[in-house]
Structures are given as structure tokens and as C-alpha cells.
Design a protein around this ligand. Structure first.
Ligand code: AVJ
Ligand code: FE
Length: 436
């Protein structure tokens, strides 16, 4: 492994651990072992699970070392115990969990120091296994942030507010028809479900220049959108009643209007910021009410990556450089979505803004393998989730780290989920007179 790559891996591992530390040290031990919602694990489970995956992949598999704690593998296997049951397991206590992840990290860094690249194992190439573990920890850091959002009690997390709008952004952009390259075969740390690169022919379409805002979404509510079955799919309408949906999760009545709770504080709705904590069914209903639809996953990716000047697909909307603070609201730098227009430097060539960061964006697509998909390194990362049960979300949120977010990155969840940092933007087919 080149020294540069080793240094990069070590930094990325350290970034993830620093974020994990913030999220798990902000609360006391009682809070760490408590279940804040049946949808989520106790934070102390996430902590030790992150260490256990690092042990399995870096220490044992890649490093060939003796197990640190083989006896706890079963406790931290996400497939063995549903989240709601995790608080009743004989979990490591907070001190044990901290000691465990520190021991594993020492060993993983030792493996990093000694691993040889030239043995040609795919797990080692470009530091893939390390990248996978970095992304895994960062994904759990986002999950832990969602747990914090569900937690009752005084605020414990703090961050500077996101930047203000710097440019007006409204309306939609037209994305030309024709094939584009979707997915990747070259992105070193891309996960199996993002591979391989393949051509997809997408008809010309229009997509919003920005995610749907709180102000826009409030008009849907005020217009009786939650009480009109015309806008909802049958499954969505059934769920709307069963779960008694009346507004995005975490919105609370404030006189005639709405406020929302955020990490223990009640704050006014910001009309120009992307709406967050809506499920797929709410996104779909809003789009129908607006006379539009959700983009397909391929449309979203074309809007985000296609450069009409060269015909190439970029790594990110703004180009190939990794996300900087000027490009996108990522990495828990700010603890809310930024208003539309806050990231002109992150716009796509066609003028779509904030595709990366702020809120995950629901697409209309089921989570399916790309043609030529090969599960790597294990079926349980993506393959077992393929099918009609999960919808794809794209682009990352303010809670997602840059390491776990790119133009090709695919997230998925059940269409009823809204404890995640999920929003959306709308799209539509072009009218014949617009087809040129
Ligand atoms: C890709 C976010 C759907 O959290 O279930 C974490 C990531 N996989 N541990 C999830 C993941 C295993 C996954 N998502
Ligand atoms: Fe996990």
C-alpha cells in the first residue's frame, strides 16, 4: 500500500472515531444504554457493533489475527436481533464497549501498518476493506444522530448554523435525453451496489433545481393534502391513516402554524430550508398534489452527474474533487439542512443545487442490483435487501459524512421510514412542445 493511501486511511478511520466519540460522549451512561425509540438501537449497541465489524473485517479477515472477543459476535450481528430487542441483550456496558472499540482500533491500525498490497487480494486493493469500515462507522454515526433526534431531554449536541442562501434558486432544470453512465467501476471505495458502471438511456425530463422546502410543504398541508386520497397511493393512504400522519415527523403545532423539534430544542420552521423527516409515501403524495412525480433513481443520478459539455458522468455534481465545506452540507458540521441557495459552488452543470448533502432524497425506484452486480464482500451488505420492499434514497444529508456519500452512493429504506434525514425533490416528464 502506498504511504499516501495508508495516511489517508488512518485519517479517515480517525475522523469516523472522532464523530462516534462526540455522539457517544454527549450523553451519560444511563442514556447510552436506554432505548430512545423502538426504531433504534441503544447508542451503546451501535458503538460496540462498529467495533465488532471492524474486528471481523480488518483484524480477523484482512489481518488474519486472533479474535479479540469472538463471544460477542452474535450480540452485535444486526441480522440476529431486531433493533427493538437489543436493549434486553447482555450487551457490553459503556466502559466495556469503549475499551473494546479502542482495542480493536489499535489492532486495525497495526494491520494497516503491516498489510501488503501486492498480494492482490480484492479486499486489500485500494484499501477497500478499510474504506468499507470507515463508511460503516460513518453510517452508524448518522444512525446515532437520528437516535439523538428521537431522544427526549435537554439538548446535548451543538453546531454552528448552516450558511445562509447566497443565490436565488427556483424552478426546475431540463435534463436532456440519451444514454449516460450510471454507477461506477473505478471509484475505489464504492460499495458493491454502486457497481458496475453501465449505460442507461433516460428520456429528457425536468427536475427541481432544489429540494422541496418547508414552506412549499406547508402549503400542501394547508391545502388539506393529508386528507385527500387523490394524492396518495393505496399503500400510502393506508399508512397515512394507520400511523395518523398529519405533518413531517418532529413537526409540532405552533398556534396556527408549525414549529419543529431538533435535537432537544423547539425551533420555528425555516420556510426556505429543505423539508426533512418525511417518508416515501408523503413525498409521493406531495409530488402528486404538485402535479409532478418523484424522479427515478437513474434520473436523479443523471441530474447529479451528467456533464452535457463532455457527455461524461462526474463523481459529484460540481466535478471530481471530494466534497469541501463550500460544496455541500455534510458531515454533521451543521445540525440542520441549509436553506436553498446556500451552496452555489455545489451545483451541477445543468444548475441543480444541493443534490449532495442537506437531506436524503427519496426516488421512485425500488432497490435493485445493477446489471452485472456481484455481491462483495458479503451478501448481507446489499444483496439481501434487493427487491420491492425498499426504496432508494440519494445524495446524503447533513448527517452523512463525505466518506459515505458520492454521486453514485445508494441508500435504501422502507417507504414508511421518516426518522432518517429524508426529504425529496420533484420531477416531471416533458410536454411534447418542450421536447425540442
Ligand atoms: C445503507 C444505511 C441502509 O444502516 O441499514 C450499516 C448501512 N449496513 N450497517 C443501514 C449499514 C450495515 C445501512 N444503510
Ligand atoms: Fe452496521
Amino acid at each position: 500500500m502506498t504511504e499516501q493511501l495508508r495516511t489517508h486511511v488512518a485519517e479517515q478511520l480517525e475522523n469516523a472515531r472522532a464523530r462516534t466519540a462526540v455522539l457517544t460522549e454527549a450523553v451519560d451512561d444511563a442514556d447510552l444504554v436506554r432505548q430512545h425509540s423502538p426504531l433504534m438501537s441503544p447508542l451503546v449497541w451501535d458503538l460496540a457493533h462498529v467495533g465488532n465489524q471492524e474486528e471481523l473485517w480488518l483484524v480477523r479477515d484482512l489481518g488474519g489475527r486472533e479474535p479479540v472477543r469472538r463471544d460477542i459476535d452474535e450480540l452485535y450481528d444486526a441480522f440476529k436481533h431486531p433493533r427493538r430487542d437489543r436493549p434486553t441483550l447482555p450487551l457490553l456496558n459503556p466502559a466495556e464497549a469503549r475499551a473494546y472499540v479502542a482495542t480493536v482500533r489499535d489492532k486495525a491500525l497495526d494491520v494497516l501498518d503491516r498489510v501488503r498490497l501486492d498480494e492482490g487480494r480484492p479486499l486489500v486493493a485500494d484499501g477497500f476493506a478499510f474504506g468499507m469500515i470507515v463508511q460503516h462507522e460513518q453510517q452508524h454515526d448518522e444512525t446515532m444522530l437520528a437516535t439523538h433526534q428521537l431522544r427526549a431531554g435537554a439538548p446535548v449536541l451543538d453546531a454552528p448554523p448552516p450558511p445562509r442562501a447566497r443565490t436565488p434558486v427556483a424552478g426546475e432544470v431540463i435534463v436532456p435525453g440519451g444514454p449516460f453512465e450510471m454507477g461506477t467501476s473505478t471509484e475505489a471505495w464504492a460499495l458493491d451496489n454502486e457497481r458496475p458502471a453501465h449505460l442507461v438511456d433516460v428520456k429528457a425530463f425536468a427536475i427541481d433545481a432544489a429540494p422541496v422546502t418547508n414552506g412549499q410543504y406547508e402549503r400542501f398541508i394547508a391545502d388539506g393534502g393529508y386528507d385527500d386520497p387523490r394524492w396518495w397511493s393505496p399503500a400510502g393512504w393506508a399508512h397515512r391513516h394507520e400511523a395518523n400522519l398529519v405533518a413531517p415527523k418532529h413537526w409540532v403545532r405552533d398556534g396556527a402554524g408549525w414549529a419543529h423539534t431538533r435535537f432537544g430544542r423547539t425551533v420555528p420552521i425555516e420556510p426556505d430550508a429543505p423539508v426533512v423527516h418525511v417518508c416515501f409515501f408523503e413525498a409521493e403524495a406531495y409530488a402528486a398534489w404538485a402535479g409532478r412525480r418523484l424522479p427515478t433513481e437513474a434520473e436523479w443520478e443523471k441530474a447529479a452527474r451528467y456533464d452535457p459539455a463532455t457527455g461524461r458522468s462526474r463523481r459529484y455534481p460540481w466535478g471530481d474533487e471530494p466534497p469541501g465545506p463550500q460544496h455541500a452540507n455534510l458531515g454533521q458540521r451543521h445540525l440542520s439542512p441549509a436553506p436553498v441557495g446556500a451552496y452555489p459552488d455545489g451545483a451541477s452543470p445543468l444548475g441543480a443545487h444541493q443534490l449532495i448533502g442537506d437531506v436524503w432524497e427519496w426516488t421512485s425506484s425500488d432497490f435493485r442490483p445493477y446489471p452485472g452486480f456481484v455481491a462483495f464482500p458479503y451478501r448481507e451488505y446489499s444483496e439481501v435487501f434487493f427487491g420491492p420492499d425498499y426504496k432508494v434514497l440519494r445524495g446524503g444529508s447533513f448527517g452523512t459524512d463525505a466518506a459515505a456519500c458520492r454521486g453514485t452512493f445508494r441508500n435504501w429504506d422502507y417507504p414508511i421510514r421518516r426518522q432518517i434525514f429524508s426529504g425529496f425533490r420533484c420531477a416531471r416528464d416533458l410536454r411534447p412542445d418542450e421536447l425540442g
